[in-house]
Design a protein around this ligand. Structure first.
Ligand code: G4P
Length: 508
């Protein structure tokens, strides 16, 4: 159904959809929580963590998360800040869940890169950044934990530029660090944001103070810090003025330049200016390439693609949810859409939006939004396109070359049927990649994964959700010889059913 002129453009312009990428422990959960606090979505620091713990007690398959103290599951969070609707795709930091994280990035229009000031660019950040670069995603950097002793900020900037190959444009700059942390200097507004430990601990923020630039005598008084910290700030800011990269929105949007903010997510310091700049500079949902050319978000038809499938999210709801990223048009509840791959019509009767594990049924959605639909008939696959316009397909969600292989061996052969069902569902979700042995017949299926922990998740979910005990024997990489390699083909997920994805059994 068409919407009044201008409404679609307005709704699109007011949306930002981004994902946070970081190495585990850099502070992603803490930053997310702060963003939600500013958005009024939660009222208490610690609420996300509390929810995470609560979830552990209500969801059996996430038991593994609790045991390992890691976050496996990607969460979608939606909240408002000022007049912007934010879709925040939370990605698991653990390296073994990189496939899920990579796929999630296909649904984002921008990435927030979080860096621990003491550790710099860590391995996981580097890997994830490769994906954001591949997609040309604009990236916004937050250097975190300045309240702790950290590395020289100029050195950190240099490391981001050298290691990741993206230029940095510092928006705010730290004044001291660790015990000497005084706050940040906002280079764009010529303002000083003062950090005061006791105010931060009490959840209060001091108002920014405008100064007339580096030569303003008030700056020295304001900082009330020792001469060394002040002189250092001066020389660093002078250096940035001469040699630093100016902010160039075009280059930011092209993923060539990253605006850099500094702060402390734990005390909420520097987070709000970061959020404001992020919303100001990050793109609204852009046009997306498809088999029928580029589709503008304001096109007069609804279109979306599936970027994630998740079954059994909650024991109360033993169902399979497909996560859709809306690319164009206006979505309304009960809409009939074309499932392009099968050519079938689907009615989307219970579209869901999420706050972590909580789900609410929504009546409408706009470009940039993330929707969950309950897929009762197991129709949807990762990468599928849904539309109420002409049959088009969005660019495939990439499949990733497995780095680990294993052979599943069933403990009770009578459960073979359940094993097949479980493996098929979980492979569709992307928990592992599934291969048939070269020879026909009831051979033990071969599985592949980007991260070894995916095997543990598979084992645990097969047991808890499908009642099947399996043993997984690791196969050396050389043992898994591909006769043909559709696993590396981007359309793998769609093609899997009919593919001849074979393992040379002689080599096992
Ligand atoms: P993650 O999701 O990226 O894995 O990181 P998370 O937010 O869980 O943060 C990892 C640890 O770093 C947590 O401490 C958290 O409190 C701390 N942290 C995050 N931001 C800051 C910051 O700005 N300053 C300081 N000093 N610490 C920060 P933890 O002891 O591992 O967990 P918890 O006991 O605080 O829950």
């Amino acid at each position: 159904m068409s919407v009044p002129e201008g409404v679609l453009a307005r709704e699109t312009a007011s949306r930002r959809t981004f994902a946070i990428i970081s190495h585990p422990d850099a502070g992603k959960t803490t930053l997310t929580e702060r963003l939600l606090l500013y958005g009024g979505a939660i009222h208490l620091a610690g609420a996300v963590r509390a929810k995470r713990n609560q979830r552990h007690t209500t969801s059996d398959w996430m038991e593994l998360e609790r045991q390992r103290g890691i976050s496996i599951n990607t969460t979608v969070l939606q909240f408002n800040y000022d007049s912007t609707r934010i879709n925040l795709l939370d990605t698991p930091g653990h390296e073994d869940f990189s496939e899920d994280t990579y796929r999630t990035l296909t649904a984002a229009d921008a990435a927030v890169m979080l860096i621990d000031a003491a550790k710099g660019v860590e391995a996981r950040t580097r890997k994830l950044f490769e994906v954001t670069r591949l997609r040309g995603l604009p990236t916004f950097t937050f250097i975190n934990k300045l309240d702790r002793p950290g590395r020289d900020p100029l050195e950190l900037i240099d490391e981001v530029e050298q290691v990741l190959g993206i230029r940095c444009s510092p928006m705010t700059w730290p004044i001291g660090m660790g015990d000497e942390f005084r706050g940040v200097y906002d280079r764009m507004a010529n303002e000083v944001l003062l950090y005061d430990k006791s105010s931060a601990a009490a959840g209060r923020r001091l108002a920014p103070v405008a100064v007339g630039g580096l030569d303003d005598p008030r700056l020295h008084t304001l900082l009330s810090c020792d001469e060394r910290v002040y002189q250092r700030l001066r020389s660093e800011l002078e250096l940035l003025t001469i040699a630093g990269e100016p902010l160039d929105l075009k280059r930011v949007l092209a993923g060539q330049l990253t605006p850099v903010h500094c702060g402390s997510a734990l005390s909420g310091f520097g987070v709000e200016p970061f959020l404001k700049d992020l919303l100001r500079l990050a793109p609204a949902p852009p046009p997306r390439p498809s088999s029928s050319g580029t589709i503008a978000p304001t096109a007069d038809f609804f279109s979306a693609f599936v970027f994630k499938l998740q079954a059994n999210m909650d024991p109360q709801h033993r169902d399979r949810v497909a996560f859709l990223r809306v690319c164009s048009g206006h979505f309304e509840r009960n809409m009939r859409v074309l499932h392009v791959r099968s050519g079938r019509d689907l009615r989307l009767a219970r579209p869901l939006q999420f706050f972590g594990q909580d789900r609410v049924v929504v009546d409408e959605a706009w470009p940039g939004d993330i929707l969950g639909v309950v897929d009762t008939s197991d129709t949807l696959r990762i990468g599928d396109t849904l539309t109420d316009g002409a049959a088009l397909e969005f660019e495939a969600v990439p499949a990733f070359a497995p780095e680990y292989f294993g052979r599943t061996r069933i403990v009770d052969p009578l459960r073979r049927k359940a094993l097949r069902k479980g493996l098929e569902h979980l492979a569709e979700e992307g928990v592992v990649q599934l291969y048939r042995p070269r020879e026909r017949g009831e051979f033990d299926p071969i599985i592949g994964a980007v991260g070894a922990l995916q095997f543990d998740v598979l084992q645990s979910r097969l047991k808890n959700e499908y009642g099947v005990d399996v043993q997984i024997d690791r196969l050396a990489y050389q043992q898994a010889r591909w006769a043909v390699g559709p696993a590396f083909d981007p359309s793998f997920f769609a093609a899997r059913e009919d593919s001849q994805c074979l393992i040379d059994r002689d080599g096992l």
